[in-house]
Ligand binder design. Structure first.
Ligand code: SAH
Length: 247
């Protein structure tokens, strides 16, 4: 377990180099410290993260997730994180923005239980995780067309991801995919599908992620605006989505 002062110093350095200074309050840093300890402790028993050294956790999980906030998330926004896994970007954005409401969904129940238990323990009361597949959750009452922002990191290529995410977005809301360098090719392959799902590619925000002792890494936020309702036949079941991604 890392000393708190040492952890705070690392967060300060890495957040500052990633233009995330506004999130360096004592309250936020305390929550990230508690999350780090809980995640590493849980990781001994179940696989939450392959990234275990503190510098990498802060840069590749926390700072990387917080890039999403540079898209400008409206105050009080309802956010859905599809395929939240061990809680990324869910945890960082909920910690950094207590005013927003974050729902994470993942098909692995163990990870979902860990997220809910951890959020309760640390006092992150604006985050709730749901166990299940996104395409099934979409059929539930009040889930469809009901989120201001739907985001996803490291879940699937954009043609598949769009069908899993866009149906949840409210009219005029946004689907924001966090991507590394594959952005351009993925966008080309998804243009037709995004249109069919009622979306419009608004912009791609390219940035670099500072990672200690490593080269800077490219990151892209693909921002898709929901301009029309998603036709009721989408999302299809996963086998169909995967076999014939919308294009
Ligand atoms: N977003 C996290 C986890 C990425 S791993 C991160 O960036 O660290 C991808 C996760 O997506 C896995 O936990 C997997 O269970 C989940 N997943 C994949 N397809 C899904 C679907 N259709 N519905 C819900 N969860 C899904």
């Amino acid at each position: 377990m890392i000393e708190k002062s040492e952890f705070f110093a690392k967060v300060e350095e890495i957040f500052a180099k990633n233009a995330l200074e506004e999130y360096l309050t004592a309250e936020i840093c305390e929550k990230f410290y508690a999350l780090t300890n809980k995640m590493l402790e849980t990781n001994e028993k179940m696989n939450i993260t392959a990234i275990k050294d503190i510098d990498s956790i802060i840069s590749l999980h926390y700072a990387d997730s917080l890039i999403l906030l540079s898209a400008g998330i409206e105050e009080g926004a309802k956010v859905l994180d599809v395929g939240c896994g061990g809680g990324f970007p869910s945890f960082p954005i909920a910690i950094a923005r207590p005013d927003i409401n974050v729902v994470g969904i993942d098909s692995t129940a163990k990870k979902v239980n860990y997220i809910n238990e951890t959020a309760k323990e640390i006092g992150i009361d604006n985050l709730e995780a749901i166990s299940g597949r996104a395409e099934d959750f979409c059929a539930k009452e009040n889930a469809r067309e009901s989120f201001d922002i739907v985001c996803a990191r490291a879940v699937a290529a954009l043609p598949i991801l769009s069908e899993l995410c866009l149906p949840f977005v409210k009219k005029d809301g946004r689907f924001i995919a966090l991507k590394s360098r594959t952005a351009e090719e993925e966008i080309e392959a998804s243009r037709g599908g995004i249109k069919k799902l009622g979306g419009k590619i608004e912009k791609i925000e390219k940035t670099t992620l500072y990672i200690p002792n490593s080269e800077e890494a490219e990151r892209n936020l693909i921002i898709i605006r929901k301009t029309d309702k998603t036709p009721p036949q989408y999302p299809r079941n996963y086998a169909q989505i995967k076999k014939k991604p919308l294009s």
